[in-house]
Ligand binder design. Structure first.
Ligand code: SF4
Length: 439
């Protein structure tokens, strides 16, 4: 949407009070996200009175899920665009759309992304690279396939061209995303797979990331980082694990949301694997990629989750020792198949389980981070925190969801450049963050 707005010759401003048009791109996959989206819309609607705002546009999953119902309740919004209408953003911004204020075309009919639309990056050093849109699975708690349509992978060559353009623009980290990334390419003709794509991306030409300052030594990372998020346990192929193991610039980072491990809960969730399958998968990854970092996501309080199911999950988390863990509380809604399942878990019980699980993970994370003390790491500098102190990320820290690495610079060292790679020696570790000195 930003690319289309820019191509139309409109100016993008950072501060909402300066904007003549405000676009809120929304999420609504759980109740909290929908509430947050609504609060943000109402907050930004104030600028129609206090700022320069003349039009307010709401795009994405909120109008796609709640359709006319939400449009009727928010008269302050001038145009709603569902997930299949993002390509009509310019008309919505300019107010030139003649077909009404709430556009909800079928998302299945809209391609994942148009290769001819330039990208407008919200950060200069890191870019999400969407490899597919939609999902063809049927997890019973998930509204996403309904909101984003069936999985449509982008052609391999198209993704490669976009990646090269991003690298040429100075991007230092490409983060591959989709609803079900590891199924990439299975719907294309001829079919391709994620490892073919990642192999191609790993070989793209890029200026050495270490160029801007620190000394380049043998074994230094030879290209921009490539990171893959949102893998699915059923579609991780051996070839992908091998590709990660082979290329030093592909982060040894495996983000595989498993949601649960109890057989009865997985079955009710519509997920076709078992706890033993998961054990085998994570053992295989760790044996083939010795520096692998595992991240997973869980849902607690799914209908029918018993104390025994929870204990099984807790044991699995204690044994597997994921480096990173995200936990959601089950979010119910009457448009989900899981809504009709019996034995919904009281919110207080789910919260207790959440607290117990997170306290276990806190210990795991703290112990895991201790091992980095004294080690030398490559860190991508992301922001200045205060004088001589910067925040960045190591390869095992994904943007936005994991912790940070704080980097201290000595008085005599030159200032760090945002978006550059620096080498640090880790001096201290907190539960979720590291601290080190630039060397
Ligand atoms: S695989 Fe992910 S996006 Fe697809 S239905 Fe399941 S939870 Fe939703």
């Amino acid at each position: 949407m930003l690319g289309r707005i820019k191509r139309a010759g409109l100016t993008i401003v950072e501060e909402p009070e300066e904007a003549e048009v405000i676009v809120v791109n929304t999420c609504s996959f759980i109740e909290d996200a929908a509430d947050e989206s609504i609060d943000m819309i109402l907050e930004l609607a104030q600028y129609k009175r206090t700022g320069s705002c003349k039009r307010l546009v709401v795009a994405g999953c909120l109008p796609e899920r709640y359709r006319k119902e939400i449009a009727n309740q928010m008269p302050e919004v001038d145009a709603f665009l569902g997930t299949g209408a993002y390509d009509q953003i310019v008309a919505a911004v300019e107010g030139s759309n003649t077909s009404g204020g709430c556009l909800l075309p079928n998302p299945d009919l809209n391609p994942a992304q148009d290769k001819d639309v330039p990208r407008a990056l919200s950060a200069s050093h890191m870019a999400y690279l969407k490899v597919a849109e939609g999902c063809s699975r049927h997890c019973t708690y998930c509204i996403i396939p309904k909101l984003r349509g069936k999985k449509r992978s982008r052609p391999l060559q198209e993704v490669i061209v976009e990646a090269q353009n991003l690298l040429d623009a100075g991007v230092k980290e490409l983060v591959l995303v989709a609803q079900d990334t590891t199924s990439y390419g299975k719907d294309l003709q001829p079919t391709v797979n994620l490892s073919q794509l990642v192999e191609s991306l790993a070989g793209l030409s890029v200026d050495s990331p270490m160029k801007s300052g620190a000394v380049v030594e043998e074994n230094d990372i030879a290209g921009a980082w490539i990171r893959v998020l949102y893998g699915h346990p059923e579609s991780i192929e051996g070839s992908f694990i091998k590709t990660v193991a082979t290329h030093p610039n592909v982060c040894s980072y495996f983000d595989i949301p498993i949601q649960h491990v109890s057989s009865s809960i997985l079955k009710k969730m519509g997920r076709q694997y078992t706890r033993d399958d998961l054990r085998r998968l994570f053992d295989k990854i760790r044996s083939q990629v010795p520096d692998a970092v595992l991240r997973t996501t869980l849902i607690l309080g799914f209908p029918g989750e018993t104390e025994k199911d929870f204990e099984t999950l807790l044991r699995f988390i204690e044994d597997t020792r994921f480096e990173h863990l995200g936990v959601f509380l089950y979010s119910d809604s009457d448009d989900l198949p899981s809504h009709n399942l019996p034995e919904h878990v009281p919110a207080s019980v789910t919260q207790e389980r959440y607290d117990q699980l997170m306290s276990c993970q806190l210990d795991i994370s703290a112990q895991n981070y201790q091992k980095y003390i004294g080690q030398t790491l490559e860190v991508l500098v992301e922001e200045a925190v205060e004088d001589r102190l910067y925040a960045g990320r190591a390869t095992f820290q994904a943007p936005e969801v994991d912790g940070m690495t704080y980097i201290k610079f000595g008085e005599r060292q030159p200032d760090a450049k945002i978006g550059s790679f620096v080498r640090i020696k880790v001096t201290d570790a907190m539960e979720y963050d590291l601290i080190g000195d630039s060397i």
